[in-house]
Ligand binder design. Structure first.
Ligand code: NZQ
Ligand code: ZN
Length: 395
């Protein structure tokens, strides 16, 4: 039975090859735009020029804020909040992937902090919401890399290397929801294969984090299964042909729905793969999606006996495993084996060793791992270490 829920998502999605043409209209109420982007891919591939031309033609003042790194850091966030204050921006436009969008949201809630308040303490340590009488700068995005779903949710993940922590805050304050997202699948054609595959596994894992909980029959899980089947099909095509518009557009669309909270409606949720993956990311600074792929299988194989029924359903409804002559345990294992084959086929990283971790990293990763209670099992520290050791040993 679905639990009680409220679903409201105010982000406007503008999808397709001409989506950028809507940018000026979406920005009509605003005048001073903080233009957030990364290390230069948008300049190399012409997206920067298209955005800046649209902003200039609409008479906007552009405040540049570049150099947002993958896994954006608290130091960069402090700098961005200062840029927002110094220029009194009234809109933040992220042009890039999830790192830029997450960062833009964090800057948006930090502009109005006072001198004595540090965004890390307030939002990523104490998980506070922005005070009602504080300004939250509106945010929008032009997405160039699919995966995180940040374009249509209120999550923001910031890394504190000094403390060895990477923390996500899912804000409840609706002002943090992006006002709009410009989604042109062609903008993702130039994403390097490693990043594309990382994004694809990130999407799959966002869905499984919400799917592997509860055992009842509910519509949210059928939605999740449809999204996973689309993702598996489209990913195979996109890996073979990165400029296949149909595959790229399906992946982009699936990414947004995978984490705009829809498929989690009425359910408890797990998120333990993300907790372990974020801890791996805090220690190694590795690419987010690959930190997930490296730990997901040992984690799911560990919890499978506790949620056997759902793993059987996953095997049959997502991977089409033939049930004839198989025990539930065999079916469930076959589903995870099918996921493993797909992961290897598209090029996921299967071991944290490949991300720079070794035996000496395990305690720090386990220390940085939060354990969640919404899935089939709340892990002990020994079980977290077991997952990490199995990942280290994976070939
Ligand atoms: O810096 P630039 O030059 O932009 O290069 C980026 C970056 O190196 C490159 N890239 C992006 N678009 C491109 C491109 N290269 C060529 N052509 C393009 N069109 O890709 C690299 C990775 O970008 P990044 O934004 O870091 O990737 P992603 O979208 O995977 O975002 C990862 C961040 O999002 C967080 C992760 O933890 C990580 O910090 N997440 C946010 C979530 C949320 N808000 O709900 C949930 C996720 O689970 C995730 O934790
Ligand atoms: Zn993720």
């Amino acid at each position: 039975m679905l639990g009680n829920f409220a679903y409201h998502n105010p982000t406007k999605l503008i999808f397709g090859k001409d989506a950028l043409a809507s940018l000026a209209a979406e920005l009509a109420p605003y005048s001073t735009i903080q233009l957030v982007y990364g290390s230069g891919s948008i300049r190399r591939f012409g997206i920067y020029n298209q955005v800046v031309e649209a902003l200039r033609a609409a008479g906007k003042t552009i405040v540049e804020d570049s150099g947002v790194m993958p896994n954006p850091t608290i130091e960069k966030l402090r700098e961005g909040a200062q840029i927002a204050r110094d220029n009194d921006v009234d809109f933040i436009l992220a042009v890039g992937g999830g790192s830029c969008v997450d960062y833009a949201k964090a800057v948006a809630v930090s502009k109005d902090l006072t001198a004595g308040e540090d965004p890390w303490d307030v939002y990523f340590d104490r998980f506070e919401e922005p005070a009602a009488d504080r300004e939250v700068v509106p945010v929008g995005s032009v997405l160039t890399m699919m995966g995180t779903g940040s374009e249509m949710n209120r999550g923001s993940v910031i890394t504190n290397r000094e403390l060895g922590r990477k923390i996500g805050h899912v804000f409840t304050d609706e002002r943090v929801s992006p006002r709009f997202a410009v989604l042109n699948p062609e903008f993702t054609y130039t994403v390097p294969r490693y990043q594309m595959v990382a994004g694809i596994f990130d999407i799959m894992n966002h869905i499984t984090e919400q799917y592997f909980s509860n055992t009842d029959d509910n519509t949210s899980d059928y939605l999740a299964e449809g999204l996973m089947r689309s993702l598996v099909t489209a990913s195979r095509t996109a890996v073979a042909n990165p400029t296949d518009y149909e595959a790229r557009s399906n992946i982009m669309w699936t990414a947004t729905w995978a984490l705009n909270t829809l498929v989690g409606c009425g359910k408890t949720q797990d998120w333990e793969v993300h907790m372990i993956g974020q801890a791996v990311g805090a220690v190694t600074d590795a690419t987010h999606g690959m930190t997930l792929s490296a730990v997901a299988l040992p984690y799911y194989r560990l919890i499978m006996p506790y949620g056997l029924e759902k793993f059987v359903r996953f095997a049959t409804n997502v991977w089409g495993i033939d049930t004839a002559g198989k025990t539930n345990e065999e079916l469930a294992a076959a589903g995870l084996n099918a996921m493993e084959n797909w992961m290897r086929e598209i090029g996921c990283v299967m071991s944290i060793r490949e991300l720079g971790a070794d035996e000496s990293s395990l305690d720090a990763i386990a220390d940085a791992t939060l354990t969640m209670t919404g899935g089939y099992r709340t892990l002990t520290r020994a079980e977290v270490l077991d997952v990490l050791r199995k990942s280290l040993a994976a070939k």
